[in-house]
Design a protein around this ligand. Structure first.
Ligand code: IPD
Ligand code: CA
Ligand code: CA
Length: 259
């Protein structure tokens, strides 16, 4: 059986949800009523905006697609019998968000039997809406985007991040960072993996790598990169989802430094 959904209509629904969730983010941003607490580690922050955003999304799916599953960062898997699964990070970049730093986003993807059909990443403070449907390109606020064409590391600016268990697990990306940084124009640690991937899709970053991501961090963003002409390569099996992204040439060069 093939996907039967109208993907343009489904994307419009996902965009509407992302924009409503963006309003939730902004309603608490730089306010003292965020109710920030920590989860797995002291650097793993959650706020009422994360929880309210996910609750909103779950309620919208229950109304519009009651037979679809949802995998959400804050509440896990809501299983259903069908083949469709929404993957949502209700607030990606909570550490920055809780500090009052402006790079944070909501990430929504729809998978059909494990294949990503569409993705939306919305950074509300920046008013940047990234969208993609498989096979139809990637867009920023309606304009088509493409990955960077740079093929040399010394003129490239890359993004990366560090896992929450960095203090207790030596596979924490510090070695990769130290190895590659001298050979680059620069590195940025934006604090939102979904947004990092969109920056690669738009060519604002020439590449990005990170280890120990979860599906909700990268599902929509990975489609964005692929639909913008880039590649997403896995580079280790033992740290959850670990990826290098960019154009084909730069990804190979990054892979010669990171492991
Ligand atoms: C985190 C951000 C960060 C990345 C972490 C993620 P969260 O997600 O995407 O950039 O380095 O690995 O867990 O916790 O803000 O949703
Ligand atoms: Ca995340
Ligand atoms: Ca999150």
């Amino acid at each position: 059986m093939e996907n039967k959904l109208n993907l343009q209509e489904t994307l419009a629904f996902a965009v509407h949800c992302a924009q409503e969730i963006g309003k939730i983010h902004l309603s608490y941003f730089r306010c003292d009523n965020q109710e920030a607490t920590t989860k797995s580690y002291v650097s793993d922050v959650v706020t009422r905006a994360d929880k309210e955003s996910e609750a909103y999304f779950l309620a919208e799916i229950a109304k519009r697609y009651p037979d679809h599953a949802v995998l959400g960062e804050e509440s896990g898997m809501h299983s259903a019998t069908g083949d469709y699964c929404w993957v949502v990070d209700p607030l990606d970049g909570t550490n920055s968000y809780s500090q009052g730093l402006p790079v944070f986003s909501v990430s929504i993807a729809l998978q059909y039997r494990g294949e990503t059909l569409l993705g939306v990443v919305y950074a509300p403070y920046l008013s940047e809406l990234y969208t993609a449907i498989k096979g139809e390109g990637a867009f920023l606020n309606g304009d088509k985007i493409h990955v960077s064409k740079k093929t040399e590391l010394d003129v490239s600016v890359l993004g990366t991040g560090f896992p929450y268990d960095k203090a207790v697990n030596p596979a924490n990306n510090i070695d990769n960072f130290a190895a590659i940084e001298p050979y680059l124009r620069g590195i940025r640690r934006m604090g939102s993996a979904a947004y990092d991937l969109c920056c690669v899709a738009a060519g604002w970053l020439d590449g990005y790598w990170e280890l120990n991501l979860n599906l909700w961090d990268m599902c929509a963003g990975a489609l964005m990169v692929e639909e913008a002409g880039g590649v997403v390569r896995s580079f280790r099996e033992d740290r959850n989802i670990s990826i290098v992204t960019g154009n084909k040439v730069i990804v190979e060069k990054i892979l010669s430094f990171v492991s």
